[in-house]
Design a protein around this ligand. Structure first.
Ligand SMILES: [Zn+2]
Length: 491
């Protein structure tokens, strides 16, 4: 038997403007697995944890999968959830491990600490000492802190947005860990930033400044002593001191000066290109005008509500775009999804083919956005289970929780119990709705939807319905981020 490795995943992208705390139930809803439960949930999927298992088999590791915890982005992680997950990881560290392999997001804020990952890595380091290597895969939207860079031996971020290289990134971290455990390298890492909370075209990897930056990651990664270069778009909806884009370099002993040079030069580009954004966000009314002017076609127009994307920690129950679609009397349309457990129960009581009048959405924080009154017919009711079939999270199971399809005028609305980002066609298809047959498909997603919905779309428009993940950062009440910072204090 080869090296003994601890594997764990503890993920969260925290929107600190959300009132919805992320508790253990939120982790159970999206995915909380311990020990022997982890392999059946992840093996064969496009995920970092699947890569951990495959790397263990290839390198003959004695790997101990401790916990895999993931929750939909939302408000701060509760002390209870934090204590439980970190307790499992720290409790497993018995001094027998040769290496630690972690899958983290990199934008976790807890009730205890504004830098969840930094605090976790520091606690692990305190327990295992300076010599056991820790390699970490991160989301491309990580907010990387100095505490993270100081305590990890390697930080490896996704290189795609939509994030279709999650498995590959897990493999990069695992390969670096293997080399370190074998004594072939002695890795360390560093991070560079600029006074900005957004940039790098928010990480969009198919156009804009990321094209060149990602090429440089590959080129520099081949230099002697440079083990990995990653560029992070950052997560600006976390109001913490060190939010924002960064470049991390993982380097071998002796290459620190060159690593610093690379990181700073690449961050010069991120700073210079900070206003280079390749998309535009439309007000709801403008989006309706465009849709009406476009007429019918052989493929759907996809409207993405960037601002109420639960993948950015928004509530996912903002009915603003839906209200506009109903008022515009759009036909042959589908809306996915709006989270409202109470409305689902009302639909269940009415039954399939039943007529309902109900208040929809706007329940999590009615002061932020109130519900809308709708009348319609219940088309279907389900348990909300589905399997991702597109390029992201391929093969993973997820559940929308008890779900109802309500038809209001020409719009079929997916009302869910759970909050989720609509990035896969299976979210519609599992409910008997074929998005390819619709004229208009509305999704709550900022960018990930493009992987699955891009190929079926006639046109794509991003809408800012002023949800919690609004791209209008200046409209948010920042208190903790370092100042001055772009774009809050400079144009
Ligand atoms: Zn991301």
């Amino acid at each position: 038997m080869g090296k003994r490795v601890l594997s764990a995943a503890f993920k969260h992208e925290t929107n600190t403007f959300s009132k919805l705390l992320t508790d253990l139930d939120a982790y159970r809803t999206r995915g909380l697995f311990v020990g022997d439960e982890i392999a059946p949930a992840y093996l064969g999927t496009n995920s970092e944890v699947a890569a951990h298992f495959d790397a263990a088999a290839e390198n003959d590791w004695d790997m101990v999968p401790v916990i895999a915890a993931n929750a939909v982005p939302s408000g701060k992680v509760t002390r209870e959830a934090w204590d439980y997950v970190t307790g499992e990881i720290l409790g497993a560290l018995d001094g027998s491990f040769d290496g630690i392999l972690l899958a983290l997001h990199g934008a976790m804020v807890t009730e205890v600490d504004e830098d969840g990952e930094g605090a976790l890595l520091q606690a692990i380091r305190d327990k295992i000492g300076p010599d056991v290597p820790i390699c970490v895969s991160l989301d491309l939207h990580a907010n990387v802190t100095q505490e993270m860079a100081s305590n990890a031996n390697g930080l490896f971020s996704f290189r795609t947005y939509p994030h279709v290289d999650t498995y590959d990134t897990g493999k990069r971290a695992a390969a670096a860990l293997q080399a370190a455990m074998a004594g072939e390298t002695a890795p360390k890492c560093l991070v560079a930033r600029r006074p900005q909370i957004d940039g790098a075209n928010h990480g969009r990897s198919q156009d804009g400044p990321m094209i060149d930056l990602l090429k440089r990651c590959e080129t520099h990664g081949k230099e002697a002593g440079i083990l990995d270069v990653s560029v992070n778009g950052g997560f600006p909806w976390a109001d913490i001191e060190w939010a924002g884009p960064s470049v991390t370099v993982t380097y071998d002993a002796g290459a620190e000066d060159r690593a610093r040079e690379i990181a700073e030069a690449m961050m010069d580009t991120v700073w210079d290109e900070r206003a280079n954004v390749t998309i535009r966000h439309l007000p709801v009314d403008t989006a309706m005008d465009l849709v009406k002017a476009a007429g019918t076609g052989d493929k759907p127009i996809v409207l993405a509500d960037f601002s109420d994307n639960p993948g950015g920690g928004s509530y996912g129950d903002n009915p603003t775009l839906l209200a506009a679609m109903i008022a515009a009397d759009l036909q042959d349309a589908a809306f996915g999804t709006i989270s409202d457990p109470e409305a689902v129960r009302e639909c269940q009581r009415a039954g399939v083919k039943g007529d309902v009048r109900l208040d929809l959405g706007g329940k999590i924080d009615p002061d932020f956005v109130p519900p809308i009154r709708v009348e319609g017919e219940v088309v279907a009711i389900s348990d909300g289970g589905f399997t991702y079939e597109g390029p992201m999270s391929t093969g993973m199971r997820n559940s929308m929780g008890p779900t109802a399809i309500l038809r209001v005028g020409g719009i079929e609305i997916i009302i869910t119990t759970n909050r989720l980002q609509v990035l896969d066609l299976a979210i519609f298809r599992s409910q008997g709705i074929d998005p390819e047959e619709k004229q208009i498909v509305a999704v709550k997603s900022a960018h990930h939807f493009r992987g699955a919905f891009g190929p079926i779309a006639r046109e794509i428009h991003l809408v800012d319905a002023l949800g919690l993940a609004t791209p209008s950062l200046k409209s948010l009440d920042y208190q903790n981020v370092r100042r001055p910072v772009w774009p809050l204090d400079m144009d």
